[in-house]
Ligand binder design. Sequence first.
Ligand SMILES: Nc1ncnc2c1ncn2[C@@H]1O[C@H](COP(=O)(O)OP(=O)(O)OP(=O)(O)O)[C@@H](O)[C@H]1O
Ligand SMILES: [Mg+2]
Length: 460
Amino acid sequence: MLAVLSAIVLVESLLLFVLLRNRRRRKQTLQSLRETLALLEQRLGSRTESWRQATDTLEQTEQRHRITTALLNETKEYLNSIINSMPSIMIGVTPSGHITHWNAAAELATGIREKQALGFRLHEIYPDLPVSPGMIDEAIANSEPSTRENVKIEHLHSQRYVDITVYPLHSLELTGAVIRVDDVTLRQKLDSMMLQNEKLKSLGELAAGMAHEINNPLAAILQSLQNVQRRLNPDQPGNQAAARALGVDMRQLHNYLEARDINRFLSGMESAGHRAAEIVRHMLEFSRSSSRQLEPTSLNAIAHASVDFIHNAIELSMPALHARLIIEEDYDPALPAVPASGVELQQVLVNLLKNAAQAIQEARREMPLIRVSTRLVPPFAEIRVEDNGIGMNISTSRQIFDPFFTTKAVGQGTGLGLSISHFIISQRHHGRIEASSTPGEGTTFILSIPLQQASYTASA
Ligand SMILES: Nc1ncnc2c1ncn2[C@@H]1O[C@H](COP(=O)(O)OP(=O)(O)OP(=O)(O)O)[C@@H](O)[C@H]1O
Ligand SMILES: [Mg+2]
């Protein structure tokens, strides 16, 4: 029994021992678990912190990227609007000539939208632009702009002059060129006007030398003409006596002269002679720094007087044309008197009308027509002379104001009519003379005379 009891005590002690030992172990396990958990939490905390920091940095980077992109777009738009607001045509191309940029001026000049142009080859889209692939290659290869000045191009059926520069473009990402095209038609016109005036000046110097030589025989011709007219006058007693002594009846002689239009030819010679004298006088004035008073002048009256004059002149020189020619007159009654020299303007109009008649004669029109009209186009008064003559091609149109330029047969034209007219309108009256013409259809000359002059004195 005692042994049993001791065994029970032993077992119990053992159980207690085991229990105690397990509890300690569990405690230890628990402790190490707690420590592991704390370590894990600590690690997780620091990971979360670094993850938060990374997220913050990422957000900041993204925000900065967004701002940079917005700024970049803004700058791009700003640069685009600068390029688009430039009056020059700017076309960006790759070395192979494919279009990468097409500004507003290019759209305006060609009528081709940017979207239709981008990516296409330049010579397909804008074949009129004289930029060869060689010019682009040269600019890129030499890293230097290549330029062509005063290049003539056809644009919407009119002729324009342009300066073309091809700038090489070298950047990290792309190579190509920028083509810049500037319309210099106005500069070209001003240059040619200055050249025109220079030519007229030298013409004036030449005229000054010739004028006296021409004036003297001209005065003799006119004097003799007057004598002839006087001596053919049937009412003069002296003429009657001389005729009677020769057995000639003065009345009959007069009738003969009338019937054969001889008196009219003589009047024509006289007025042409006076006009020649007047032209010589004007040519003389080219070289002189003369000043002439401009007076309030009715352009309608001057135009009508010029039509009258040319009617008579055509009757004498082109009788066949005179029979069929219609000269329409359409004058604006509201046109005020403008400061002008009536004599000089008449000279211009007679030149224009004579040219018109000659152009019609050459065209052999069924219904030859000249139309003279005036109208008010503030700040100018405008006179138009239109004809349905042979017209002019572009090459002739460009030279018509050059002294001595003529397409007429030798002896038929001096080529001075329009250059003198140009001088009178632009220098004396500070106005404009312009021509537009269609070959085979006809020509229109437009004179624009300022309604006001800074000073009433026009000087050469
Ligand atoms: N109305 C027109 N129609 C067609 N061609 C014209 C006309 N007016 C002028 N021209 C051309 O311009 C040229 C120059 O004209 P311009 O009046 O200066 O000289 P011209 O008529 O030849 O000679 P001139 O006037 O001395 O007799 C003419 O030869 C002609 O070719
Ligand atoms: Mg002429």
